[in-house]
Design a protein around this ligand. Sequence first.
Ligand SMILES: [Cu+2]
Length: 204
Amino acid sequence: MARLNVLAIALLAALIPIATLAKEIVVGDDAGWITKFDYVSWAKKQDFQVGDTLVFKYPQGAHNVIKVDENAYKNCAIPPAGPANPVLASGKDVISLDAPGKKWFLCAIPGHCEKGGQKLEIEVKAGGGKTAAAPTATPTAAPKLAPAPTDAKSDNKTAATSPAAATPSGDGAPAPAPASSANGLNGYQLPLAIVGAIAALAIF
Ligand SMILES: [Cu+2]
């Protein structure tokens, strides 16, 4: 039984980084995708990682989203839309950040970019290092013998809430050097607390 608990905890610890790896970032937070919003300052406060998704939220018809290059971003030059680069207009446009580097978006409704500043520049960081930071909640789990009926439940819950369990993005999994943990600290505080709580449950 004790061994089972340890296994469950180890499994959870392994799942947490995957669960936190991909996050959904709503552009402008509660304000959404609007004119007259300081997206430069907003973007500075975000942590865009490969694997995250960007969501542009706005009342359908009020705005739209098109991906542009740096020059178009700077000049609010609206490129011709085409199959390769459509104007997104669903009101909840989801963009996968699947490569590192800078990306630029703007609203193609005339005036919104030039006069309203409705444009966004982000820099996506290669996310790989983040998975390396190992949660430290497991070391003393072995000795106690306690049937822990909560294990299975919490285990399932965690598995169910991890959106991208099947896609740990290539070499991301158990890299040996957790050098960039400072970077990922924010993302880990909550999961660590959860692991700690579950570990406590399992032990006692
Ligand atoms: Cu607009």
